[in-house]
Every structure is written in structure tokens, then in C-alpha cells.
Design a protein. Structure first.
Length: 289
């Protein structure tokens, strides 16, 4: 994990380690203010239902609209906050924003389900369960409209505790999705142990699925396996029409990626979701974010 962090720091700040450390200290001390002032923004990346050809769900993706440093992507600050035990606050803020936006969409007649990324460390942090369930209950939307995306490569510090927590969320109606499926260490083990509703196949296997026979076999058999286990499948990283067509053909349930739509602000998402997408057609509205 520290090698990964080092790599991130390297990309983050090119000059010297000192500057990177200063940046980290700044960001840590600025989180509270950012949460208060609304500089933590949530974008929504659409998921296309491959049966109905409609956008019926979205993934909430956090951004930090930093007054001095510009728009910061999650890789700049999520690992930092996770390491310093501050990621639960940020996650709850994202969940709260997502529930507010979902509530607005629903009252406008758009029935869009929400997925939020939950790191394993947050899952078992103190009071997270109570506070997360309170925010979902407060929205008035059914918990079945909420998915927690848990990444397979995440370190389950205490696996038994994390699994117990996932089971409680599942019992409350929340859907559990295994994010970045295929890239982690013990995929089959997690399939057996976790109370999953969905597999989200990593874009590493998906992006070239229409041209690479090996990827095609892996994705097709993963979809079959998931369906036999009673799980839905989302493929991430669709950047081309041919890729979308392949996934439709093999019976994948949902598709997500730049071809379907970039992460969008809540208002732009509403316009996209109102349309139906015919096969092989790019979505009617794609704006970069
Ligand atoms: P992820 O959950 O696997 O999210 C998908 C990431 O892939 C997003 O990057 C998205 O913009 C990008 N992506 C989507 N479609 C395509 C595509 O077609 N091609 C390519 N090349 N990329 C695509 P983003 O927003 O930078 O998020 C990166 C990661 O940060 C996420 O990976 C997620 O693990 C984490 N993250 C984001 N928001 C949160 C959050 O609120 N809480 C936590 N714990 N993690 C978050
Ligand atoms: Mg995700
Ligand atoms: Mg993912
Ligand atoms: Mg991913």
C-alpha cells in the first residue's frame, strides 16, 4: 500500500517530497472547511441498463473543488484521508449529497438508483453504520435504491468484521457491489464470503472486449458465473460502441464508461437520464467533467 501511495504522491507533486508533504498537511487541515463551504462536489456517472436501454442508476464520484489548487481528483486525497482516518466523514458527506440529489430526481419523476464507493476501512469505522443508515432513511428513498461499491483490492483489515457489517447493510436492503472485479487477490473467496448483489467487472477486462478474444472469454464467463450466483453484472470502462454491443449480446446487465457518459453534475445527469439510448448510438448528451 505504501508503494501505491508513493506512486500517487509522485504523480501529485513533481518537484520534491517536501512539497508533497506540505500538500498533504494542507489538505488534511482544509477538509472541514471544504465540507462546510460546499467545495466537496459529487459528480454522477451514468450506468446504462442494457435491457431497457435507459440510464437507471449512477455512481457518485467525489471531487474537491479547491479554491487555490483547482479541481482535485479523488486519487489526490482519498488515500490520504483513508490513511488518516478521515475518510468516513468524507464518505458520509458524499452519501448525504447523493441522497439529496436522488431525492430531487425522484420527485422530478426520474427513478435513478445511487451507488457510492465505500472503502473497507470506512465500513468498519465507528458509528459509520448508524450514520449511513440515518442518511438513507432521511432521504425517504427505499434502501434498495442504494448500492455500496466495495473494492475487491481494498484491505479488509478485519475481514470478519467487514463481512458482518456488509451483512447488516444487506439486511437493511442496501445492495452490495464488488467493484473493480477481477483485479484483486482472492476473487472467488470474496464471492463465497460476501453478501453481494452485483459484480462490477474492472475496465481492464472490458475496454478491449470486442477485439480481444481472451478478454471476451473472461467477461462472457464472468457474466455467466455471476448470473448463476444470482448476481447482476456491471461492466465499467466502455469507450466504444462495439464494446457496448458485445456486452449487450452476452447478456451483461449494465454498462458504464465514457461512451455511455462521463461523470456529470446532478442537473446534467437529469437531462441524460430522460432519454432512451438505441443500440450503437452514442448518448444524446455527453459533457466532460
Ligand atoms: P472506481 O470506483 O472504479 O470509479 C470509476 C473511475 O473510472 C472514475 O474515476 C471514472 O471517472 C473512471 N472512468 C469511468 N469510465 C471510464 C472510461 O470509460 N474510461 C476510463 N479510462 N476511465 C473511466 P474517478 O472519478 O477519478 O475515481 C477514481 C476512483 O476513486 C474510483 O474508482 C473510486 O474507487 C474512488 N472514489 C471516487 N469517489 C469516491 C468516494 O466518494 N469514496 C471513496 N471511498 N472512493 C471514491
Ligand atoms: Mg466504483
Ligand atoms: Mg470501478
Ligand atoms: Mg475502477
Amino acid at each position: 500500500a505504501s508503494a501505491k501511495r508513493a506512486g500517487k504522491l509522485w504523480r501529485l507533486h513533481t518537484q520534491e517530497a517536501g512539497a508533497a508533504i506540505n500538500l498533504e498537511l494542507d489538505l488534511l487541515s482544509e477538509l472541514d472547511e471544504a465540507l462546510r463551504s460546499g467545495n466537496i462536489a459529487v459528480l454522477y456517472q451514468p450506468k446504462l441498463n442494457l435491457v431497457t436501454r435507459r440510464i437507471d442508476s449512477v455512481e457518485a464520484l467525489v471531487r474537491w473543488n479547491h479554491p487555490k489548487r483547482g479541481l482535485l481528483p479523488p486519487d489526490c486525497f482519498i488515500p490520504l484521508f483513508e490513511e488518516r482516518g478521515r475518510l468516513d466523514e468524507l464518505t458520509l458527506a458524499v452519501l448525504e449529497q447523493a441522497m439529496d440529489d436522488a431525492k430531487r430526481w425522484h420527485s422530478d419523476g426520474l427513478h435513478i438508483a445511487i451507488a457510492v464507493n465505500i472503502s473497507a476501512a470506512v465500513l468498519t469505522s465507528e458509528n459509520f453504520e448508524t450514520r449511513a443508515l440515518a442518511r438513507i432513511a432521511h432521504s425517504g428513498l427505499p434502501a434498495e435504491q442504494v448500492t455500496f461499491e466495495v473494492t475487491e483490492s481494498a484491505h479488509f483489515e478485519d475481514t470478519a468484521e467487514a463481512i458482518a457489517m456488509l451483512e447488516r447493510f444487506r439486511a437493511a436492503g442496501i445492495r452490495i457491489s464488488m467493484d473493480d472485479y477481477g483485479t484483486g487477490q482472492s476473487a472467488l473467496n470474496y464471492l463465497k464470503l460476501l453478501p453481494l448483489s452485483e459484480l462490477k467487472i474492472d475496465r481492464m477486462f472490458v475496454a478491449q472486449v470486442h477485439t480481444d478474444r481472451g478478454d471476451a472469454m473472461l467477461v462472457r464467463s464472468t457474466v455467466q458465473l455471476a448470473h448463476e450466483l444470482g448476481l447482476k453484472v456491471v461492466a465499467e470502462g466502455i469507450e466504444e460502441a462495439a464494446c457496448l454491443d458485445f456486452l449487450t449480446e452476452i447478456g451483461c446487465d449494465h454498462a458504464q464508461g465514457y461512451f455511455v457518459g462521463r461523470p456529470l453534475a446532478a442537473n446534467d445527469l437529469a437531462a441524460l437520464a430522460a432519454a432512451t439510448l438505441p443500440a450503437s448510438q452514442p448518448p444524446p448528451l455527453v459533457s466532460a467533467a
